[in-house]
Ligand binder design. Structure first.
Ligand code: CIR
Length: 264
């Protein structure tokens, strides 16, 4: 029964930046530990950008001892009235899911993946009628099979994409600005991996980070600040862009979508 869960991003959960954010896991974009205070300011700017784009944002408190706790996208995938709680692929993040499942249980039925499954929500991309699922260092075949079965029960197709070793998650190198359109990073995803889209906007490799966007139903697209080619390509495609300063979040390999879990 696709369509029952409102995917138009009216309500989002975010979680405050950890006071230990400078110990967040970082392997790809990070060149140095993030500055915690600046990251907190940027996170506030991010929340403002969501709110001024029409999203009702609920802010959860930071989870002590969990430097990556702001990356709530990784903790769950929602199908209609069911929240599937992920099984984070990095051991330091395993316990982030419990407080999220508690919160989600107010609105959704809860289902945990099996103990053998590994999955970060950052490997799941909703396309408009189905899901791309990234096979990555964080998401294994057991997780993929379990999630695909659940998706198919709800009438959604799934397509598995091998996430290249050059990047963390599938969402790190692509996103869906509107149904039927993908924006993807050159040099990471290959054209032959992408099927079923009417249009693909490629961003140059030098702007890889900007391929992760958050699109609203009203045509506003949140884009990371400082990537003029991507901004221009989105505007040429008819979107209104809103830039968000993400420099310190990027140092921890986090992108725009990673900071939210949309719940309606
Ligand atoms: C991690 O390595 O798990 C975090 N430092 C970054 C998570 C980013 N989340 C995402 O792409 N969905």
């Amino acid at each position: 029964m696709p369509g029952v869960f409102d995917r138009s991003r009216k309500r989002g959960l975010v979680r405050n930046i950890s006071s230990d954010f400078d110990s967040a896991v970082s392997k790809f974009f990070g060149e140095r530990p993030p500055k915690v205070d600046t990251a907190k300011i940027q996170h506030k700017g991010y929340i403002d950008a969501l709110r001024t784009s029409g999203v009702i944002v609920e802010i959860l408190e930071e989870l002590p001892g969990h430097p990556d706790c702001c990356f709530v996208e990784d903790t769950a995938v929602i199908f209609e009235d069911l929240a599937v709680i992920c099984s984070p692929g990095h051991p330091s993040r395993a316990n982030e899911v419990h407080t999220i499942s508690e919160r989600l249980s107010k609105d959704f039925e809860i289902k945990f993946l099996s103990p053998e499954a590994k999955m970060d929500g950052g490997d799941i991309v909703y396309t408009g009628n189905g899901f791309l699922i990234g096979r990555s260092t964080r998401t294994n075949d057991i997780g993929i099979n379990e999630l695909s079965k659940i998706a198919s029960k709800f009438g959604y197709s799934t397509q598995v994409i091998d996430v290249p070793s050059s990047t963390l998650h599938l969402t790190t190198v692509c996103s869906v600005p509107k149904n039927g359109m993908l924006i993807a990073a050159e040099g990471h995803l290959k054209p032959e991996q992408i099927t079923g889209f009417d249009e693909v906007i490629w961003v140059p490799n030098s702007e890889t980070y900007a391929s992760n966007t958050i699109a609203m139903e009203n045509g506003i697209v949140l884009v990371s600040a400082g990537f003029p080619i991507t901004k221009q390509r989105l505007e040429t495609a008819g979107f209104e862009t809103k830039e968000v300063e993400m420099g310190e979040i990027m140092q921890a390999d986090g992108s725009l979508t990673c900071l939210s879990l949309f719940i309606g």
